[in-house]
Design a binder for this molecule. Structure first.
Ligand code: ASP
Length: 359
Protein backbone atom coordinates (compact mmCIF):
# COMPACT_ATOMS: atom_id res chain seq x y z
CA UNK A 1 0.00 0.00 0.00
CA UNK A 2 1.60 3.35 -1.00
CA UNK A 3 1.53 6.48 1.15
CA UNK A 4 -1.13 8.09 -1.03
CA UNK A 5 -3.66 5.26 -0.69
CA UNK A 6 -2.89 5.03 3.05
CA UNK A 7 -3.71 8.73 3.43
CA UNK A 8 -6.86 8.31 1.37
CA UNK A 9 -8.06 5.42 3.55
CA UNK A 10 -7.50 7.47 6.71
CA UNK A 11 -9.48 10.29 5.15
CA UNK A 12 -12.34 7.92 4.33
CA UNK A 13 -12.40 6.60 7.91
CA UNK A 14 -12.29 10.14 9.32
CA UNK A 15 -15.14 11.28 7.06
CA UNK A 16 -17.17 8.24 8.08
CA UNK A 17 -16.57 8.92 11.81
CA UNK A 18 -17.60 12.57 11.42
CA UNK A 19 -20.74 11.39 9.60
CA UNK A 20 -21.55 9.03 12.48
CA UNK A 21 -21.01 11.67 15.14
CA UNK A 22 -23.05 14.31 13.36
CA UNK A 23 -26.15 12.27 12.42
CA UNK A 24 -27.73 11.51 15.81
CA UNK A 25 -27.55 15.17 16.81
CA UNK A 26 -29.77 16.36 13.99
CA UNK A 27 -32.94 14.38 13.35
CA UNK A 28 -33.85 14.35 9.70
CA UNK A 29 -37.40 15.43 9.00
CA UNK A 30 -37.85 13.06 6.09
CA UNK A 31 -37.01 10.01 8.22
CA UNK A 32 -39.26 8.18 10.66
CA UNK A 33 -38.42 8.29 14.37
CA UNK A 34 -37.79 4.80 15.66
CA UNK A 35 -37.09 3.82 19.27
CA UNK A 36 -35.08 0.66 19.91
CA UNK A 37 -35.98 -0.94 23.24
CA UNK A 38 -33.21 -3.37 24.17
CA UNK A 39 -33.97 -6.22 26.53
CA UNK A 40 -31.05 -8.69 26.17
CA UNK A 41 -30.93 -12.11 24.52
CA UNK A 42 -28.40 -13.50 22.06
CA UNK A 43 -28.54 -10.39 19.89
CA UNK A 44 -26.83 -8.72 22.86
CA UNK A 45 -24.66 -11.77 23.56
CA UNK A 46 -20.90 -12.22 23.35
CA UNK A 47 -18.62 -15.25 23.14
CA UNK A 48 -14.96 -15.84 23.93
CA UNK A 49 -13.96 -16.25 20.28
CA UNK A 50 -15.33 -15.68 16.82
CA UNK A 51 -16.00 -19.40 16.42
CA UNK A 52 -18.14 -19.58 19.57
CA UNK A 53 -21.48 -19.45 17.77
CA UNK A 54 -23.40 -21.62 20.25
CA UNK A 55 -21.41 -21.23 23.52
CA UNK A 56 -21.65 -17.65 24.69
CA UNK A 57 -23.24 -15.41 27.24
CA UNK A 58 -26.51 -13.72 26.25
CA UNK A 59 -27.48 -10.21 27.40
CA UNK A 60 -24.06 -8.56 27.79
CA UNK A 61 -23.97 -5.80 25.13
CA UNK A 62 -25.79 -2.52 25.79
CA UNK A 63 -28.20 -0.75 23.46
CA UNK A 64 -25.71 1.95 22.41
CA UNK A 65 -23.20 -0.64 21.26
CA UNK A 66 -25.92 -2.54 19.39
CA UNK A 67 -26.85 0.62 17.51
CA UNK A 68 -23.23 1.63 16.85
CA UNK A 69 -22.54 -1.80 15.38
CA UNK A 70 -24.98 -1.06 12.53
CA UNK A 71 -24.06 2.43 11.26
CA UNK A 72 -26.39 1.96 8.28
CA UNK A 73 -29.38 2.42 10.63
CA UNK A 74 -29.07 6.19 10.29
CA UNK A 75 -30.04 5.85 6.63
CA UNK A 76 -33.36 4.29 7.66
CA UNK A 77 -34.61 6.34 10.60
CA UNK A 78 -33.81 8.75 13.38
CA UNK A 79 -32.84 6.25 16.07
CA UNK A 80 -33.07 6.47 19.83
CA UNK A 81 -32.12 3.58 22.12
CA UNK A 82 -33.34 2.59 25.59
CA UNK A 83 -32.19 -0.29 27.76
CA UNK A 84 -35.31 -1.76 29.36
CA UNK A 85 -33.75 -5.00 30.65
CA UNK A 86 -30.57 -6.96 30.10
CA UNK A 87 -31.86 -10.51 30.48
CA UNK A 88 -32.03 -13.86 28.70
CA UNK A 89 -35.61 -14.21 27.54
CA UNK A 90 -36.41 -17.32 29.58
CA UNK A 91 -36.62 -14.85 32.49
CA UNK A 92 -39.72 -12.96 31.35
CA UNK A 93 -42.03 -13.03 34.33
CA UNK A 94 -45.53 -11.55 34.10
CA UNK A 95 -44.18 -8.46 35.88
CA UNK A 96 -41.47 -7.95 33.24
CA UNK A 97 -43.99 -8.40 30.44
CA UNK A 98 -46.10 -5.69 32.04
CA UNK A 99 -43.10 -3.37 32.54
CA UNK A 100 -42.05 -3.66 28.89
CA UNK A 101 -45.66 -3.33 27.71
CA UNK A 102 -46.21 -0.16 29.73
CA UNK A 103 -43.11 1.44 28.22
CA UNK A 104 -44.20 0.51 24.68
CA UNK A 105 -47.66 1.89 25.41
CA UNK A 106 -46.21 5.22 26.59
CA UNK A 107 -43.96 5.51 23.55
CA UNK A 108 -46.59 4.76 20.91
CA UNK A 109 -48.74 7.59 22.32
CA UNK A 110 -45.95 10.07 21.67
CA UNK A 111 -46.18 12.15 18.48
CA UNK A 112 -42.44 11.98 17.92
CA UNK A 113 -42.37 8.17 17.81
CA UNK A 114 -43.30 6.50 14.52
CA UNK A 115 -42.23 2.95 15.24
CA UNK A 116 -40.68 0.68 17.84
CA UNK A 117 -38.13 -2.12 17.65
CA UNK A 118 -37.76 -4.47 20.61
CA UNK A 119 -34.52 -6.46 20.71
CA UNK A 120 -35.23 -9.66 22.61
CA UNK A 121 -34.01 -13.21 23.21
CA UNK A 122 -35.49 -15.61 20.72
CA UNK A 123 -36.56 -18.21 23.31
CA UNK A 124 -39.72 -16.38 24.36
CA UNK A 125 -39.95 -13.69 21.69
CA UNK A 126 -43.13 -15.31 20.39
CA UNK A 127 -44.78 -14.82 23.79
CA UNK A 128 -43.70 -11.22 24.36
CA UNK A 129 -44.56 -10.30 20.76
CA UNK A 130 -48.01 -11.90 21.08
CA UNK A 131 -48.57 -10.18 24.42
CA UNK A 132 -47.83 -6.75 22.91
CA UNK A 133 -50.01 -7.69 19.92
CA UNK A 134 -52.93 -8.16 22.34
CA UNK A 135 -52.56 -5.19 24.66
CA UNK A 136 -50.98 -2.24 22.79
CA UNK A 137 -53.73 -0.25 21.08
CA UNK A 138 -51.89 1.31 18.18
CA UNK A 139 -51.41 1.12 14.43
CA UNK A 140 -47.76 2.13 14.69
CA UNK A 141 -45.30 -0.61 13.75
CA UNK A 142 -43.83 -2.64 16.61
CA UNK A 143 -41.16 -5.10 15.52
CA UNK A 144 -39.46 -7.82 17.56
CA UNK A 145 -35.87 -8.60 16.60
CA UNK A 146 -33.37 -11.16 17.87
CA UNK A 147 -30.47 -13.29 16.73
CA UNK A 148 -29.41 -16.91 16.77
CA UNK A 149 -25.67 -16.11 16.95
CA UNK A 150 -23.97 -13.63 19.27
CA UNK A 151 -22.52 -10.49 17.69
CA UNK A 152 -18.96 -11.78 18.30
CA UNK A 153 -19.44 -14.85 16.08
CA UNK A 154 -18.47 -15.26 12.44
CA UNK A 155 -21.54 -14.65 10.31
CA UNK A 156 -23.55 -13.24 13.22
CA UNK A 157 -27.14 -12.61 12.17
CA UNK A 158 -28.10 -9.86 14.65
CA UNK A 159 -26.86 -6.86 12.65
CA UNK A 160 -28.94 -7.61 9.55
CA UNK A 161 -31.94 -8.60 11.67
CA UNK A 162 -31.72 -5.24 13.48
CA UNK A 163 -31.35 -3.40 10.17
CA UNK A 164 -34.42 -5.20 8.82
CA UNK A 165 -36.33 -4.54 12.04
CA UNK A 166 -35.67 -0.80 11.84
CA UNK A 167 -36.55 -0.79 8.14
CA UNK A 168 -39.91 -2.37 9.02
CA UNK A 169 -40.55 -0.09 12.00
CA UNK A 170 -39.85 2.95 9.80
CA UNK A 171 -42.08 1.78 6.97
CA UNK A 172 -45.64 3.07 6.47
CA UNK A 173 -46.42 -0.32 4.95
CA UNK A 174 -46.04 -2.01 8.36
CA UNK A 175 -48.77 0.09 9.98
CA UNK A 176 -51.85 -1.75 11.20
CA UNK A 177 -50.32 -5.22 10.81
CA UNK A 178 -49.89 -5.90 14.51
CA UNK A 179 -46.67 -6.78 16.27
CA UNK A 180 -44.18 -8.30 13.84
CA UNK A 181 -41.16 -10.57 14.24
CA UNK A 182 -38.28 -10.44 11.80
CA UNK A 183 -35.31 -12.81 11.58
CA UNK A 184 -33.66 -14.40 8.58
CA UNK A 185 -35.17 -11.72 6.26
CA UNK A 186 -38.67 -13.05 6.95
CA UNK A 187 -41.61 -11.08 8.35
CA UNK A 188 -43.89 -13.00 10.69
CA UNK A 189 -46.92 -12.00 12.69
CA UNK A 190 -46.05 -12.46 16.35
CA UNK A 191 -49.36 -14.29 16.74
CA UNK A 192 -48.31 -17.18 14.52
CA UNK A 193 -44.53 -17.35 14.69
CA UNK A 194 -42.93 -19.86 16.99
CA UNK A 195 -39.31 -20.77 17.69
CA UNK A 196 -39.14 -24.17 16.05
CA UNK A 197 -35.44 -25.00 16.12
CA UNK A 198 -32.72 -23.62 18.37
CA UNK A 199 -29.61 -24.15 16.27
CA UNK A 200 -30.44 -22.56 12.92
CA UNK A 201 -30.77 -18.94 11.85
CA UNK A 202 -34.19 -19.78 10.35
CA UNK A 203 -35.45 -20.57 13.83
CA UNK A 204 -38.96 -19.16 13.44
CA UNK A 205 -41.81 -20.83 11.63
CA UNK A 206 -45.36 -19.58 11.15
CA UNK A 207 -47.61 -22.58 10.56
CA UNK A 208 -49.87 -20.65 8.18
CA UNK A 209 -47.01 -18.89 6.36
CA UNK A 210 -44.93 -15.74 6.75
CA UNK A 211 -46.39 -12.31 6.03
CA UNK A 212 -43.54 -11.31 3.76
CA UNK A 213 -39.85 -10.64 3.31
CA UNK A 214 -37.50 -7.72 3.92
CA UNK A 215 -34.93 -7.41 1.16
CA UNK A 216 -32.42 -4.56 0.97
CA UNK A 217 -34.49 -2.42 3.37
CA UNK A 218 -37.77 -2.87 1.47
CA UNK A 219 -40.71 -4.86 2.83
CA UNK A 220 -42.50 -7.19 0.40
CA UNK A 221 -45.89 -8.29 1.78
CA UNK A 222 -47.82 -11.38 0.75
CA UNK A 223 -50.57 -11.61 3.39
CA UNK A 224 -51.95 -9.82 6.44
CA UNK A 225 -53.15 -11.08 9.83
CA UNK A 226 -56.90 -11.60 10.17
CA UNK A 227 -57.11 -12.25 13.92
CA UNK A 228 -57.82 -9.27 16.20
CA UNK A 229 -54.75 -7.36 17.35
CA UNK A 230 -53.36 -4.01 18.58
CA UNK A 231 -55.82 -1.22 17.67
CA UNK A 232 -58.56 -3.81 17.05
CA UNK A 233 -58.07 -5.54 20.40
CA UNK A 234 -60.51 -5.32 23.31
CA UNK A 235 -57.55 -5.53 25.72
CA UNK A 236 -55.51 -2.51 26.75
CA UNK A 237 -52.44 -2.56 28.93
CA UNK A 238 -53.46 0.76 30.48
CA UNK A 239 -56.34 -0.94 32.25
CA UNK A 240 -54.44 -4.04 33.39
CA UNK A 241 -52.82 -4.08 36.86
CA UNK A 242 -51.57 -7.63 36.96
CA UNK A 243 -51.63 -10.58 34.56
CA UNK A 244 -53.45 -13.73 35.66
CA UNK A 245 -51.60 -16.77 36.98
CA UNK A 246 -51.91 -19.31 34.16
CA UNK A 247 -49.80 -22.48 34.13
CA UNK A 248 -49.01 -25.10 31.49
CA UNK A 249 -49.07 -28.88 32.02
CA UNK A 250 -47.23 -30.98 29.44
CA UNK A 251 -49.03 -34.26 28.74
CA UNK A 252 -47.75 -37.76 27.99
CA UNK A 253 -49.09 -41.28 28.34
CA UNK A 254 -47.45 -42.01 31.68
CA UNK A 255 -48.20 -38.67 33.37
CA UNK A 256 -49.66 -38.41 36.84
CA UNK A 257 -51.96 -35.70 38.11
CA UNK A 258 -49.58 -34.19 40.68
CA UNK A 259 -48.67 -31.12 38.62
CA UNK A 260 -52.36 -30.34 38.08
CA UNK A 261 -53.02 -30.58 41.79
CA UNK A 262 -49.97 -28.45 42.63
CA UNK A 263 -51.07 -25.65 40.31
CA UNK A 264 -54.55 -25.84 41.85
CA UNK A 265 -53.06 -25.45 45.34
CA UNK A 266 -50.90 -22.54 44.16
CA UNK A 267 -53.87 -20.54 42.91
CA UNK A 268 -53.71 -20.87 39.12
CA UNK A 269 -56.84 -19.40 37.50
CA UNK A 270 -56.34 -21.44 34.34
CA UNK A 271 -54.27 -24.42 33.25
CA UNK A 272 -53.21 -24.97 29.67
CA UNK A 273 -53.28 -28.68 28.92
CA UNK A 274 -50.46 -29.23 26.37
CA UNK A 275 -52.04 -32.43 25.15
CA UNK A 276 -51.05 -34.91 22.49
CA UNK A 277 -52.36 -34.49 18.92
CA UNK A 278 -55.75 -32.79 19.10
CA UNK A 279 -54.99 -31.67 22.67
CA UNK A 280 -56.06 -35.05 24.01
CA UNK A 281 -56.31 -35.71 27.74
CA UNK A 282 -54.61 -38.90 28.96
CA UNK A 283 -57.43 -41.23 30.07
CA UNK A 284 -56.25 -41.99 33.61
CA UNK A 285 -55.93 -38.29 34.59
CA UNK A 286 -59.28 -37.28 33.07
CA UNK A 287 -61.15 -37.43 36.41
CA UNK A 288 -58.64 -34.96 37.87
CA UNK A 289 -58.91 -32.59 34.91
CA UNK A 290 -62.73 -32.66 35.11
CA UNK A 291 -62.53 -32.02 38.84
CA UNK A 292 -60.13 -29.11 38.27
CA UNK A 293 -62.59 -27.36 35.95
CA UNK A 294 -65.47 -28.04 38.36
CA UNK A 295 -63.43 -26.25 41.04
CA UNK A 296 -63.57 -23.06 38.92
CA UNK A 297 -60.15 -23.24 37.24
CA UNK A 298 -60.37 -22.92 33.46
CA UNK A 299 -58.90 -25.89 31.58
CA UNK A 300 -57.73 -24.91 28.11
CA UNK A 301 -56.82 -27.74 25.76
CA UNK A 302 -53.88 -26.98 23.49
CA UNK A 303 -51.56 -29.27 21.54
CA UNK A 304 -47.92 -30.15 22.05
CA UNK A 305 -47.59 -30.78 18.27
CA UNK A 306 -44.67 -28.58 17.25
CA UNK A 307 -45.62 -26.85 14.04
CA UNK A 308 -49.28 -26.12 14.19
CA UNK A 309 -51.37 -28.03 16.67
CA UNK A 310 -54.99 -27.33 15.74
CA UNK A 311 -57.43 -28.30 18.45
CA UNK A 312 -61.00 -29.10 17.41
CA UNK A 313 -63.73 -28.62 19.96
CA UNK A 314 -65.81 -31.69 20.92
CA UNK A 315 -63.93 -33.93 18.47
CA UNK A 316 -62.10 -36.45 20.66
CA UNK A 317 -62.92 -34.81 24.01
CA UNK A 318 -66.28 -33.78 25.48
CA UNK A 319 -65.54 -30.07 25.83
CA UNK A 320 -69.15 -28.90 26.22
CA UNK A 321 -69.88 -31.50 28.87
CA UNK A 322 -66.59 -30.98 30.77
CA UNK A 323 -66.71 -27.17 30.49
CA UNK A 324 -63.31 -27.02 28.78
CA UNK A 325 -61.98 -24.39 26.38
CA UNK A 326 -59.86 -25.17 23.30
CA UNK A 327 -56.91 -23.02 22.29
CA UNK A 328 -57.79 -23.17 18.57
CA UNK A 329 -54.36 -23.14 16.85
CA UNK A 330 -52.43 -21.37 19.62
CA UNK A 331 -49.54 -23.41 20.98
CA UNK A 332 -49.39 -23.88 24.78
CA UNK A 333 -47.06 -20.92 25.44
CA UNK A 334 -49.17 -18.52 23.38
CA UNK A 335 -52.37 -19.89 24.93
CA UNK A 336 -50.90 -19.03 28.32
CA UNK A 337 -50.37 -15.41 27.23
CA UNK A 338 -53.90 -15.00 25.86
CA UNK A 339 -55.44 -16.55 28.99
CA UNK A 340 -53.23 -14.43 31.28
CA UNK A 341 -54.53 -11.30 29.54
CA UNK A 342 -58.17 -12.41 29.17
CA UNK A 343 -58.47 -13.62 32.77
CA UNK A 344 -57.48 -10.30 34.29
CA UNK A 345 -61.23 -10.31 34.86
CA UNK A 346 -63.56 -13.27 35.52
CA UNK A 347 -64.88 -14.94 32.35
CA UNK A 348 -67.39 -17.68 31.63
CA UNK A 349 -66.22 -20.68 29.60
CA UNK A 350 -68.24 -19.34 26.64
CA UNK A 351 -66.63 -15.90 26.86
CA UNK A 352 -63.12 -17.33 27.13
CA UNK A 353 -63.79 -19.63 24.16
CA UNK A 354 -64.96 -16.66 22.10
CA UNK A 355 -61.69 -14.90 22.90
CA UNK A 356 -59.69 -17.95 21.78
CA UNK A 357 -61.53 -18.01 18.44
CA UNK A 358 -61.04 -14.28 17.84
CA UNK A 359 -57.40 -13.70 18.81
N1 ASP B 1 -31.47 -17.92 25.51
C1 ASP B 1 -31.45 -16.80 24.59
C2 ASP B 1 -32.62 -15.89 24.95
O1 ASP B 1 -33.72 -16.17 24.60
C3 ASP B 1 -31.57 -17.28 23.21
C4 ASP B 1 -31.65 -16.22 22.16
O2 ASP B 1 -31.71 -15.04 22.37
O3 ASP B 1 -31.66 -16.63 20.99
O4 ASP B 1 -32.38 -14.91 25.58
Amino acid sequence: MNILSLGFNYLKILTFCLFLVSIPAQAQDDLANVVILATGGTIAGSGKSSTASASYEPATVGVDALIEAVPELVELANIRGEQVFQIPSQDYTNERLMQLGRRVSELVKSDDVDGIVVTHGTDTMEETGYFLNLVINTDKPIVMVGAMRPGTAISADGALNLFNGVALAASESSRGKGVLITLNDEIHTSRDASKSINIRTNAFVSPWGTLGMVVERKAYWFRAPVKRHTSGSEFNIDSIDELANVQVVYAHGNMDDSVYREHQRNGAVAIIHAGTGNGSVTSHIKPTVIDISKSGIHVIRSSRVMQGGFVIRNASEQDDENRWVVSHDLNPQKARILAAVALTQPRSVEELQRIFWEY
